[in-house]
Design a protein around this ligand. Structure first.
Ligand code: GLY
Length: 360
């Protein structure tokens, strides 16, 4: 897989202008959702307004899709393909995906499959999208309730990351993205993790967040470069997600959905508990992070009566093999233990300890 160009900038219109020249194309498609067309299109208005003058031989068209995960499906994908086809897209067209993870996943898959693949650029508009979904080449849509069941590894030609896109994000969405930054902190070193635990993300500013984001995204890029198709090392990026996905699905089934990053934050605590027990991860740090997650994200409330339902959801995790639940653990910050199989007993004990640490 070709390494993606990832640009960190607080002048997104200028960066788009440069890439529109660098990647020759006949038609330019800008894919927005119903929210990003309102809140993020103005941030790139300079690029859009100047486009026709700079590209007299090309046209710029806009496609708008729904903005919820419910729209991340084959019907929306077909709409995008159909619009591309009806409006004269060719193999030399270029697509720019302006949105969160749902949009960059779907737009990337639409581009990767239209006429066997056209080039695309991701412009993530959420912190979660910037730090995770937009980078690394995973694209796809859901099939019914199965998340990302259909997809392809297809890297964007470029990912343009700007914190100016986050100015309209609410606190919950900022915290949701920050959980993935914390995950990358655990995969790097103590200094980076400490910086993250001490940073006040709810009062972020572009001069401090942008370099932290760059460091964080580069953790993912290093991993993806070594293992683009998730045969081994890339599984480290699932840290927090084995328990986290179960919390996410469980809360959804209870009619109390949570943002992905909240579930990942709770999942991280659970996986640090297991890491401590199985791999000797330092207990003091595990407790410090549990207190951080409790105070920042709040606890997830569940009782022993919910253990079976949560465990059952963990048995459906995509990473499981031959009926075994697998998890990425840590010996210490930056030292990953891949492919640990977890017994039911270990998982239930972890729920007990987690509830103690969260004070529930
Ligand atoms: N979200 C984890 C990965 O891209 O591998």
């Amino acid at each position: 897989m070709i390494d993606q160009e990832v640009v960190f900038t607080n002048d997104i219109s200028k960066a788009l202008g440069q890439f529109a020249v660098k990647i020759p194309h006949d038609v330019l498609y800008l894919l927005f959702d119903t929210e990003t067309i309102k809140y993020c299109m103005p941030v790139i208005a300079d690029f859009m307004n100047g486009y026709d003058a700079k590209h007299p031989d090309s046209k710029c068209k806009t496609i708008i899709i729904g903005n919820t995960d419910a729209a991340k499906n084959i019907a929306t994908l077909t709409e995008v393909w159909q619009t591309l086809s009806d409006t004269g897209a060719s193999r030399h067209s270029l697509m720019i995906n302006v949105g969160g993870g749902m949009l960059t996943d779907l737009g990337g898959f639409a581009a990767a499959t239209f006429k066997r693949g056209i080039k695309f650029i991701n412009v993530p508009t959420t912190l979660l999208g910037a730090v995770d979904a937009a980078v690394g080449g995973k694209t796809g849509v859901n099939l019914g309730n199965l998340k990302n069941e259909l997809g392809a590894f297809a890297p964007a030609s470029a990912v343009l990351i700007s914190t100016t896109m986050f100015e309209t994000l609410d606190q919950e969405n900022l915290l949701s993205g920050y959980a993935e930054m914390l995950k990358h902190g655990f995969l790097s070193d103590n200094e980076t993790l400490t910086e993250l635990l001490n940073y006040d993300i709810l009062h972020w500013d572009k001069d401090t967040l942008l370099p932290m984001l760059e460091k964080s995204v580069n953790v993912k890029r290093r991993v993806v470069r070594q293992d683009p198709y998730e045969q081994g090392l890339r599984k480290a990026l699932n840290l927090g997600h084995t328990f986290g996905h179960a919390f996410e699905s469980w809360r959804l089934s209870q009619g109390k959905p949570v943002l992905h990053g909240y579930a990942v934050a709770w999942g991280l605590v659970c996986e640090l508990i297991v890491s401590h027990q199985v791999c000797g991860f330092p207990s003091a740090l595990m407790q410090q992070v549990a207190a951080y997650v409790r105070d920042t994200y709040g606890p997830v409330h569940f009782t022993c009566d919910d253990y079976d339902a949560l465990y059952e959801l963990m048995t459906h995790d995509k990473k499981n093999e031959a009926g075994e639940i697998y998890c990425s653990l840590l010996h210490d910050v930056g030292s990953v233990a891949l492919n640990h199989s977890l017994s039911k007993e270990q998982i239930l004990t972890t729920y007990d300890i987690f509830r103690d640490l969260m004070g529930i």
